[in-house]
Design a protein. Sequence first.
Length: 350
Amino acid sequence: ILPFVSVNQILLLLLVLTVCAILYNKVHQVPSALKNETVDLESPEEMEEEIPVVICAAAGRMGAAIAAISSIYSNTEANVLFYIVGLKTTIPHIRKWIENSKLKEIKFKVVEFNPMVLKGKIRQDASRPELLQPLNFVRFYLPLLIQKHEKVIYLDDDIIVQGDIQELYDTKLAPGHAAAFSDDCDLPSTHEMVRSVGMQNTYMGFLDYRKQAIRDLGISPSTCSFNPGVIVANMTEWKHQRITKQLEKWMQRNVEENLYSSTLGGGVATSPMLIVFHGKYSTINPMWHIRHLGWSPDTRYSEHFLQEAKLLHWNGRYKPWDYPSVHTDLWENWFIPDPSGKFKLTRPDS
């Protein structure tokens, strides 16, 4: 009798183990599938195909980010992933705007920027207070905000893209260069515009050469500046060269010595980049950054020239969602009204 009972016990034990094995597989089947999917998404092949584009969504000008995103998405077949950077208070608004408009099809991630990282690094400047907004400095912190990408595009919000963003992403960066920018002396057709509005296009317009620390840099004041409103960045080089730390060092020196805040350019975010990247950046095709559209309410480019342009930038005080401004029709083509009604265009008849 004892051996018979023992066999029954063994059979029962085997049955229990079999049931447990089946249940274990069923319970762990879904996480296993998700795990495999995650690995596929992060494979190098997939990463190369994805184009990360960073745009800020600031309070009071979210319509700018929406129009920029709309123009990029509408003019490319590329696999674009938008990183939309905002402050804690503005993130719900921009997310709702996207999800309740035709942009709901885009791939995007919302990233919160903590302005506390700027504490003690910004010198107050009453002449252009809008330049001191925390999101103006997001471009300094790209590797901290954007993970798992070798190459990243950063764009100011006051731009419209008329070309295929794939072309900009394919910009070649020279070995050892962490970023590519547009030179401010690169397009003859913009020179007349620059002269007419008094826009500076050399280092003299951004740095205070009366200060010894600036003279010690050994950079000629007549050196062409560049515009950091459109950046193609190499994250590996950026981290290797500790670009963020270098930029922060010059921000802190400016707080102590007033090296650039009160100069003509007023480039609180531009000036540190001019110093850190001097002689160490690649160039972007000039047609991929037609700028100064916001420097005058009445100086205009030719329509033919603007049609050929791949990217338009309303840098300056006169923005296309406000009044007065120039070439607002080109911007409004891509604007999507705010479903909540909070953001409204300022127009002569409004």
